[in-house]
Design a protein around this ligand. Structure first.
Ligand SMILES: [Zn+2]
Length: 223
């Protein structure tokens, strides 16, 4: 049994980035935890308390669909994580890593358009630096539709080198994404359910599988 920690900036990133892989880990008997850096709604207008409750309900439903039992919410400001000292973000995350003691960590790609995604990546890489006694053996970064592929050409492109077969988990991923229906858009927007399927097919077909999620391996330690 492996212990997995997914570190997402916003609720819905965990599903879009690695929902099929989460479902696969759960089915394998691995223990999956998800940490969210923000409540996902802070930068929006309207009645925030209603929005926060609604987003939390969507998150709970998505995690239930994927079979995740443990989650953590860090309340950093949505789409404004650059207004917080990076050290604060790292220290909060280190607290979660101390509790969870993950073998594998999944998080955002460092070349994303979204500022929270980039800061989350930086914080994870620092919090998981390979000091003696650090439990983390593997760090993998994922892509999030309408953020990773929208980054400008000057940043590090997402060039996957790990593909995880999610053919048996794609329907669950789509159901979990459906829980976030208010975050999803209509085709041909990048962030639509059809694109979840297309991307899974594209990543799968790229390596001879029916459906896959793609990752960049940042570090893997074989002890
Ligand atoms: Zn996000």
């Amino acid at each position: 049994m492996r212990i997995v920690l997914v570190v997402a900036a916003h609720s819905d990133d965990e599903v879009l980035g690695c929902g099929g892989t989460i479902s696969r880990h759960v089915e394998c008997g691995d223990q999956v935890h998800v940490a969210y850096m923000t409540n996902g709604v802070g930068a929006r207008g309207g009645d925030l308390s209603v929005e926060i409750v609604r987003r939390a309900a969507a998150r709970d439903e998505a995690l239930h669909v994927l079979g995740v039992e443990k989650s953590y919410i860090l309340d950093f400001p949505d789409n404004k994580m650059d207004s917080v000292p990076l050290l604060d973000v790292i220290q909060k995350l280190e607290g979660i890593i101390d509790i969870v003691r993950p073998d594998i960590v999944y998080t955002h790609h460092d070349g994303d358009l979204n500022i929270d995604h980039r800061i989350t990546n930086q914080a994870v890489i620092t919090a998981c630096r390979p000091l003696p006694g650090c439990p983390v053996q593997e760090i993998l970064t994922f892509e999030v539709m309408s953020s990773t592929e929208w980054a400008p050409p000057a940043v590090m492109p997402f060039t996957p080198n790990v593909y995880i077969n999610i053919a048996d988990h794609l329907e669950k991923k789509c159901r979990a994404a459906g829980a976030y229906e208010l975050e999803m858009r209509s085709a041909p927007h990048s962030r639509c359910i059809e694109h979840v399927r297309h991307l899974a097919k594209h990543r799968g077909y790229s390596v001879g599988l029916d459906a896959a999620e793609a990752f960049v391996v940042v570090r893997r330690i074989v002890g």
